[in-house]
Design a protein around this ligand. Structure first.
Ligand SMILES: Nc1ncnc2c1ncn2[C@@H]1O[C@H](COP(=O)(O)OP(=O)(O)O)[C@@H](O)[C@H]1O
Ligand SMILES: [Mg+2]
Length: 236
């Protein structure tokens, strides 16, 4: 089966700085894939490269059978790729419910269709706070809201940049449960993580990135079992 997302020989640069060097990566329909690596390894850059923001990119990025490497970000979003950046952007003056309504987009073939009610089931914390301005909620709640708002766009593939970053352990656990439910709904997920415990709990396969190169690609369990690779390329 052709992968939903396939990167072949992808390089990327900001203005002058070359950051990614000829990366290959695949993600199957319905798969959860983790991109792990130390701070500064290139995880966020790779996600921005798929989305087509900020970077100059080369190589091939195929999504659902079509080449997207030369498309602008808004066209890529319209094809059904949702993106939740590292700095969880929510509208602080709008309530949680209003934030969700702002994200609403038409239903898409091959992707789960979300409503605010379904998202409140996915993130029960948000349900109780639905009429509170987002700016008056915790970091964890805002992270959940940022993901929920992206889901309102009914993406088929969602890119999550460090979803567990800076969250309290109990919230990280809730986030892992939510990602598991998204997978069961049939959504495909590419997430970047420094937290190997979180990545290990949610991902089918992993890529280890270091200095803009892929150092490992394989089942998540193999990475968890391989202390040598972890010592060589990760902080753990
Ligand atoms: N906007 C930018 N302009 C120039 N260099 C950047 C920019 N953003 C990130 N970098 C550099 O790219 C490299 C990879 O960063 P990043 O992709 O953010 O890593 P990670 O997400 O793995 O921590 C780092 O050396 C970082 O300093
Ligand atoms: Mg990052």
């Amino acid at each position: 089966m052709t992968p939903l997302l396939q990167l072949s020989g992808v390089s990327a640069a900001y203005l002058k700085a070359e950051i990614l060097f000829g990366l290959d990566l695949e993600l199957g329909d319905g798969e959860v894939v983790a991109l792990v690596g130390r701070n500064g390894a290139g995880k966020s850059t790779l996600i921005k490269t798929v989305m087509g923001i900020q970077v100059r990119r080369s190589g091939s990025i195929r999504y659902d059978g079509r080449e997207i490497v030369r498309l602008p970000a808004h066209a890529i979003a319209r094809l059904g790729i949702g993106y939740v950046p590292e700095e969880r952007r929510v509208f602080g003056d709008l309530t949680i419910l209003e934030n969700l309504e702002v994200g609403r987009q038409p239903q898409r073939q091959g992707a789960p269709a979300w409503t605010a009610a379904a998202l409140f089931e996915l993130f029960p914390n948000l349900a109780e706070l639905r009429h509170r301005p987002a700016g008056q909620t915790s970091g964890g709640e805002q992270q959940m809201l940022a993901i929920a708002r992206t889901l309102m766009g009914n993406p088929r593939l969602v890119l999550l940049d460090e979803p567990s970053e800076g969250l309290a352990p109990v919230i990280v656990e809730q986030m892992a449960l939510a990602v598991g439910k998204l997978k069961r709904e049939g959504l495909s997920v590419l997430l970047s993580e420094q937290n190997l415990r979180f990545a290990g709990a949610v991902a089918d396969r992993a890529y280890v990135i270091e200095s803009g190169h892929i150092r490992f690609a394989g089942p998540m369990q193999r990475l968890l079992d391989d202390a040598d690779i972890r010592r060589a390329h990760l902080s753990v």
